[in-house]
Design a protein around this ligand. Structure first.
Ligand code: AMP
Ligand code: ZN
Length: 114
């Protein structure tokens, strides 16, 4: 756990959040500033700054993220489609330095993103 990391605190349940999915290495919760009718954040419990910091020891963790996304897409009835986004670094708009995947759906999503 990294000191002063809000997502570490949410994963550790030190900060209240509406956790909608949990496995031993992953949690998901609603984004505080939703950009779509469904906007969840899927994160590892372990502090990893961004996708560029993933290591070979994180293989199961990445599988668990995939499994979380699949189950959440079913749970939120996103069979028409959804988007999974991770911002890496300031130029991409990363504001929280704990790896997170935005799961967006419930409306038609345009491409390319801004
Ligand atoms: P990013 O800009 O890709 O780093 O995304 C960070 C996301 O975290 C933003 O969409 C914020 O709205 C969201 N966020 C920040 N703090 C919280 C929080 N306490 N609970 C839920 N979502 C948060
Ligand atoms: Zn963290």
């Amino acid at each position: 756990m990294a000191p002063d990391c809000i997502f570490c605190k949410i994963a550790a349940k030190e900060v209240a959040s509406d956790i909608v999915y949990e496995s031993d290495q992953v949690v998901a919760f609603p984004d505080i500033n939703p950009q779509a009718p469904v906007h969840l954040l899927v994160i590892p419990k372990k502090h990893i700054a961004n996708i560029g910091e993933i290591g070979s020891e994180d293989q199961d963790l990445l599988y668990q993220i995939g499994e979380a996304v699949k189950k959440l897409a079913e749970q939120y009835q996103l069979e028409d489609g959804y988007r999974l986004v991770t911002n890496c670094g300031t130029a991409a708009g990363q504001t929280v330095n704990h790896l997170h995947f935005h799961l967006l759906g419930g409306r038609n999503l345009t491409w390319p993103p801004g």
